[in-house]
Design a protein around this ligand. Structure first.
Ligand code: ZN
Length: 315
């Protein structure tokens, strides 16, 4: 075999490996796994964005577990990604779209890691106000067994996984998770890319917290970082900046109208989200619904009890 043939064979093998590792894996129910690099992939269609890291000796590390009803689909794509089971599962916060698969992975042997406030909410009945819904506690096998207050770190395969709690924003138990070597950052529901975000005021959230945490994350990432939002497509720093700027602008406008004593209908009619609706209001919440969420949340903070209605399904 001459040098050219050897080189050709090497390229053939290399491309074969890359094609295998980088191809999207489709599940039956719309769940799909899309590789980011050789060992990292995003799982979409499971109710929220999950991130999975594979390492030969350590099994899979999964960030968030998706809706309970999508668990079969998640298992399907993970099995086709790696024969190893999920060894570690990190929850970014307690919402069912991010923890619905916990019981299944927990009973399969995964160690579940989360912030202490996430465990508190997962282990007791929760009353959501937007939408009005009761969420039952998870069974014991789905509860996080390793909790923390500020931050933690673990080595998984060729990467270092750092998780950190941020002040209340979307809930009171939000964490961000960074894979340091891959330069990939899972923001949980502190970032919704091109979607107006859900803010769980009943769990300690606020738009002011969302704005402050978006600014914190912006200070931690660089132009090459891949940002995984809880919902929406994988993003770069400029898109998180746009999210931050949109929230700050809408919040300022809503606050000004509230200070003038305007009722909800008048605030909605003045369309504080007008310039953003085409990009941000086309997925989950309309601009009008988002304004209602902010209005009701802010009124709730001062003792108000406006009813909250939306088509958004948290379960
Ligand atoms: Zn959430």
């Amino acid at each position: 075999m001459n040098r050219r043939q050897v080189f050709g064979q090497f390229i053939g093998i290399a491309t074969g490996v890359v094609a295998l590792r980088r191809s999207t894996i489709y599940g039956q129910t719309g769940v799909r796994l899309t590789p980011l690099n050789d060992d990292l992939a995003v799982v979409t269609g499971a109710g929220a964005n999950l991130l999975v890291h594979r390492a030969n000796d350590d099994g899979l590390l999964l960030i968030d577990s998706g809706l309970a009803r999508e668990n079969d689909g998640v298992h399907f794509v993970l099995k086709n990604y790696s024969t190893a089971p999920v060894g570690v599962l990190i929850n970014t916060h307690w919402h069912p779209r991010h923890t619905g698969g916990n019981a299944n992975f927990g009973s399969g042997g995964a160690e579940i890691i989360a912030h202490i406030n996430c465990l508190k909410r997962l282990s007791t009945t929760q009353q959501l106000t937007f939408p009005d819904r009761i969420v039952e506690p998870l069974p014991p096998e789905g509860l996080p067994k390793r909790t923390f207050v500020d931050r933690g770190e673990l080595r998984h395969g060729n990467d270092v996984v750092r998780y950190m709690h941020l002040p209340p924003a979307h809930t009171d138990g939000d964490i961000v998770v960074r894979l340091a070597n891959a330069n990939v950052y899972h923001c949980g529901d502190l970032f919704w890319n091109r979607l107006y975000p859900y803010i769980d005021y009943g769990s300690g959230g606020s738009i002011e917290g969302m704005i402050a945490n978006a600014a914190r994350i912006l200070g931690e990432v660089d132009a090459r970082t891949s940002l995984i939002p809880g919902h929406g497509t994988v993003a770069i720093k400029a898109e998180l900046q746009a999210f931050h700027d949109m929230l700050a602008d809408v919040n300022e406008k809503v606050d000004a109208l509230l200070q003038q004593g305007k009722p909800l209908g008048r605030i909605q009619a003045s369309r504080p989200t007008a310039r953003y609706d085409e990009v941000w209001g086309d997925g989950r919440f309309s601009g009008s619904e988002f304004v209602q969420m902010l209005y009701s949340g802010k009124r709730r903070q001062v003792g108000g009890k406006e009813p909250l209605k939306t088509s958004w399904q948290i379960l």
